[in-house]
Design a binder for this molecule. Structure first.
Ligand code: SDX
Length: 428
């Protein structure tokens, strides 16, 4: 491979170094471009632009490959658990027995949240979307743990902040749900696993015994693994750029939650179910919705389809689709929505519009069907995504800080008015 790329601007040639990743991806390092040539690059949505070099997650969109720290998502989903995968993402290696136990106990120590958080929670109307509640409660952690505000304090202090948010996010999420239900909140039960504890805080009600169904806990743990990281997606990039100003971990994660909320990103899992419900109540006419998705004049998009990176298939969607069949069968649930989803997928995958634009089901297309089967309400689907993505956000933020990356501040091409003189409009 040549060492440099050459670009010509107004007849002048400039050489820019090429960089190669461990999977032989090649990038042009343009960090000195403007200084050399006076020109910048322009790439709305960063579709062709790398923001960083990262050793956390590898995606191969053409071949449907997803690996966390070199381990395939298929193996991790089958053989690991969410807490072990969280340790792997944040620390770079799988934990040995002692490291795992220490990590788990460091989290169990912090699952409670300050009672004053309930005053913030009670300030939200019951119809508040849980993602807005969650990002607010996470940001409130900067008030309860002011020592977290300085990310340069020490790595011990950062690791304490990491343990606290890993521990408290499920509690905050479950409390947001209970607030919406008008039910009393449940306190954490540290005798349970990370996922079991969340399910109990979500669904236990006073005066009724509650036992976590192992099928439900296992399915949820697998879903959390599948959502744990995805390199420089919108919300991870948000966490990195907010953190690059040396804002705290909690402020950065709160921003990431808000970025994930959008229906083009993590909010798609909620939008998919709402779309499938619409199709069902519209008589199940999938062809009508395929037509709408193809109509340039119709803003409707087939939610859960398409991806910026995967142009073949999303490996997570394949695993989730199979898990959806398994979970519904094991729970004895017949969900007509699943059949509509499968019908929609079949029609879309054979339609030239979707084939030509390389639009395939993504992680959000089938996940909502499992969440429904697990009893999780639709408005909580993106909250589930946030709980799963938390270790990835933490890993991305930590790597950006460890690499001492500069504050993110993109350039622009100005297209507004050239200079003009002031006119006193009050006389007009
Ligand atoms: C996630 O980045 C990540 O890794 C994200 C994620 C993660 O784990 O973090 O994987 C999670 O966000 C998954 C995506 C969830 N979003 C959706 O399911 C919403 C529906 N999908 C789209 O809006 C879209 O496909 C995106 C946002 C996912 C990707 O958008 P891009 O890469 O910017 O592509 P684009 O919008 O430029 O679309 C390219 C073409 C366009 O047509 P043309 O203008 O070229 O004629 O494909 C069309 C689009 O109109 N298109 C769709 C479509 N998605 C793209 N047409 C109909 N239905 C769709 N779903």
């Amino acid at each position: 491979m040549a060492d440099n790329a050459e670009i010509k601007v107004d007849g002048k040639s400039f050489e820019l170094p090429l960089v190669k990743g461990s999977e032989n991806e090649i990038g042009i390092d343009i960090s000195k471009l403007r200084g050399q040539s006076g020109v910048i690059t322009l790439d709305p949505g960063f579709k062709n632009t790398g923001s960083t070099s990262s050793g956390i997650t590898y995606l191969d969109g053409e071949n449907g490959i997803l690996r966390y720290r070199g381990y395939s998502i298929e193996e991790l989903a089958e053989k690991s658990n969410f807490l072990e995968v969280s340790y792997l993402l944040v620390n770079g290696e799988l934990p040995n027995k002692q490291q795992y136990e220490n990590f788990e106990s460091s989290i169990k120590k912090h699952t409670l949240i300050h009672e004053d958080v309930r005053k913030i929670l009670e300030g939200f109307p019951s119809n508040a979307h849980p993602m807005g509640v969650l990002s607010s409660l996470v940001c409130s952690m900067t008030a309860f743990y002011p020592e977290s505000l300085d990310p340069n304090r020490s790595w011990d202090a950062v690791n304490l902040s990491i343990a606290r948010i890993m521990a408290k996010l499920p509690t905050m999420a479950a409390w947001a749900y209970k607030n919406e239900q008008g039910h009393p909140v449940n306190y954490p039960d540290n005798s349970l696993s990370y996922t079991e504890n969340f399910l109990k805080m979500m669904f236990a009600v006073p005066a009724e015994d509650f036992e976590v169904d192992p099928v439900v806990a296992d399915a949820l743990d697998k879903l959390l693994i599948l959502h744990a990281d995805h390199e420089q997606n919108c919300s991870a990039s948000t966490v990195r750029i907010v953190g690059s100003s040396h804002a705290s971990l909690y402020a950065s994660i709160s921003a990431g939650i808000n970025a994930l909320w959008g229906p083009l990103h993590g909010g798609a899992n909620q939008a998919v179910i709402e779309m499938l419900e619409d199709i069902k109540s519209d008589g199940g006419d999938v062809d009508k919705y395929i037509k709408k998705a193809k109509d340039k004049n119709d803003p409707f998009r087939l939610m859960g389809f398409g991806h910026r990176v995967y142009k073949n298939f999303d490996p997570r969607a394949k695993i989730i689709k199979k898990a959806a069949d398994d979970v519904l069968e094991r729970l004895g649930i017949q969900d007509p929505i699943l059949e509509i989803a499968k019908g929609l997928e079949e029609v879309a995958l054979n339609d030239e519009y979707f084939v030509e634009k390389k639009l395939y089901p993504n992680v959000d297309f089938y996940s909502g069907i499992i969440y429904r089967a697990l009893g999780i309400p639709t408005k909580m689907f993106t909250v589930m995504f946030a709980i799963g993505r938390l270790p990835g956000w933490i890993a991305q933020w930590k790597e950006m800080r460890e690499n001492k990356e500069p504050i993110g501040r993109p350039r622009q091409i100005y297209t507004g008015h050239t200079q003009r003189s002031y006119v006193d409009m009050s006389k007009r």
